[in-house]
Design a protein. Structure first.
Length: 172
């Protein structure tokens, strides 16, 4: 298992491969997060894993959350236990944003999970249930990104990984 410092260093490296770009969808310009064409294969694997091992189609919201998780992990004092505070910060404050999140893909399953696991209070309002679902998705994303970084750092540390794949010198 890699150290927290190794994982933070790799997260900083990974953030260099993410960028934003403006696209037009349904007549509306929006900014999305993507990774660059020269992103290493391990980052593609990390992104795929963070999309539920490929079960979730590529999703703009998830890409933004992956980038945000990488930024949080890149802090040298970050640990896996920090995901709760970070996940709280990922909950939308506005009703419209919460409803838009719920309308994307199968996001309702996170709300169901929050209810089943007691994250949402019994009898919670629909907006509180959606917030709990957002929290569950954020926790899942953070844990997946952390695990992928741990695997990539461990591969690099053990000499199993290709130095070109895990480029610690790619940080900004």
């Amino acid at each position: 298992m890699a150290t927290d410092e190794m994982i933070a260093r790799l997260a900083r490296s990974a953030t260099a491969y993410f960028t934003t770009k403006e696209v037009e969808r349904d007549g509306t310009k929006t900014t999305i997060v993507v990774y660059t064409d020269d992103a290493p294969e391990w980052l593609t694997d990390l992104t795929r894993e963070a999309h539920n091992a490929g079960a979730m189609l590529p999703d703009d919201g998830r890409y933004m959350q992956i980038r945000s998780a990488l930024d949080a992990i890149a802090d040298e004092s970050a640990t896996l236990d920090d995901h709760h505070e970070w996940a709280d910060s990922e909950i939308d404050a506005y009703t419209g944003a919460r409803i838009a999140w719920l309308a994307q893909g199968n996001r309702y399953t996170y709300c169901d999970q929050a209810q089943e696991e007691g994250v949402a209070e019994p009898g919670a309002s629909i907006l509180d249930l959606i917030a709990a679902g957002q929290y569950m998705e954020a926790c899942e994303t953070f844990a997946s990104v952390w695990a992928s970084l741990d695997d990539a750092a461990g591969d690099n540390e053990d000499g199993d990984g290709d130095d070109e794949e895990v480029d610690d010198n790619a940080s900004v």
